[in-house]
Design a protein around this ligand. Structure first.
Ligand code: CA2
Length: 162
């Protein structure tokens, strides 16, 4: 069974308690419940962590290189500041998808840049909790054997030659 690490970045534990006009009313428990249902549908295993600490997030990503097949991450405010998290994702070489509840491009200019996006397969931004669901659907789909095989050029070449 493929294993996906979900990382919720700083302050996301506050979801549902404040700023509902920006982030909606769902709390992290509800989002995680949703993600587990999507994971069950795709027969993938999820490990879910929330951290307010950049170094802890870097450590988790570093360990995931050996223990997980992919990463679904909402880096929260670190999206816009963290070279360390970007480097950790790049070094891990894992399939990674970045998600945001709000549309970061429709907000303050300092949120328009993501340092994380260039080391991710893709980004989902602006759909509230649905961003997480869509992000996990994308990860699970890309990990499925049919897509994983397409991502290995040597397999295609051998097949053509035979
Ligand atoms: O839209 C997103 O998911 C963000 O990653 C959320 C971050 C923000 O810094 C990013 O620019 C976009 C903020 C997460 C903090 O969440 C709160 C929830 C309730 C009350 C206050 C903060």
């Amino acid at each position: 069974m493929k294993k996906i690490l979900v990382i919720h970045g700083p302050n996301l534990q506050l979801l549902g308690q404040r700023a509902p006009s920006i982030y909606g009313t769902a709390d992290l428990t509800a989002i995680n419940r949703d993600l587990k249902a999507v994971a069950a549908k795709h027969k993938v295993r999820l490990d879910i962590v929330q951290s307010n600490h950049e170094g802890e997030i870097v450590d988790r990503i570093g360990k995931a290189k050996r223990t997980h097949d992919a990463l679904l991450i909402n880096p929260a405010a670190y999206t816009h500041t963290s070279v360390a998290i970007r480097d950790a994702i790049e070094a891990a070489g894992l399939l990674a998808v970045e998600v945001h509840l709000s549309n970061i491009y429709a907000r303050e200019p300092f949120r328009h840049q993501s340092l994380i996006a260039p080391v991710c397969k893709g980004q989902v931004s602006g759909f509230g909790p649905t961003s997480y669901r869509l992000g996990l659907e994308a990860v699970a789909t890309l990990l499925a054997p049919v897509h994983a095989a397409k991502a290995r050029p040597s397999v295609r070449v051998r097949h053509r030659a035979a």
